[in-house]
Design a binder for this molecule. Structure first.
Ligand code: ADP
Length: 166
């Protein structure tokens, strides 16, 4: 087991400045970070896993400390496969707590070695979620303060392909 590695799982549909803040903080704490992009089909994602991974890759550039991988199936199986048992999650507000608490305990029940570490973002990003950003983009609002250029271009591509922003 390598203690300096961690997994940051999520839907990242699409990535925004809140996620990037958590990623930056994680790379200060861990020497290797795996960003695990979950399909989250039950959430009806806007972007495909490949599109979400590409936006993350283009935003983060070539950083040897960061690996971006798709997450299929259970997080505990992914953790075992990679031998990484530290999971990063972001906590924005009390509203995140209940679900995160449940998930951490369930994951630990499935894999006792798994520990979840919570990081809080800069206050400016505590209101930010992919869902709310998509809502703004859907009605043509300016999302340039919420997400990197690569995501703004992603929204533009969707419009070009006549794909609805839902
Ligand atoms: P999930 O489907 O796993 O909730 P998200 O992409 O919505 O995926 O979030 C991934 C992780 O990033 C979660 O731990 C979530 O709490 C965290 N996160 C999302 N938005 C923010 C934010 N604005 N600031 C800090 N953490 C965040």
């Amino acid at each position: 087991m390598n203690k300096s590695r961690a997994i940051y799982p999520g839907s990242f549909d699409p990535v925004h400045f809140g996620h990037l803040d958590v990623i930056r903080r994680s790379t200060h704490l861990f020497s290797d970070l795996i960003i695990a992009v979950a399909a989250s089909n039950s959430k009806g994602p806007l972007f495909t896993v490949e599109e979400r991974m590409a936006m993350l890759r283009e935003t983060l550039g070539d950083d040897p400390a960061i690996t971006i991988l798709p997450l299929e199936g259970l997080l505990v199986d992914f953790a075992r496969e990679h031998g990484v048992f530290t999971v990063i999650r972001g906590l924005r507000a009390v509203s995140d707590f209940e679900f995160e608490f449940q998930m951490a305990l369930m994951n630990r029940k499935l894999e006792p070695r798994l520990e979840t570490v919570y990081l809080t973002p800069k206050e400016d990003y505590t209101y930010l979620s992919s869902r709310i950003m998509k809502e703004v983009a859907r009605f043509g609002g300016d999302v340039s303060q919420l997400a990197p250029r690569q995501v703004i271009q992603g929204f533009e591509r969707l419009r070009g392909q006549n794909r609805e922003i839902l």
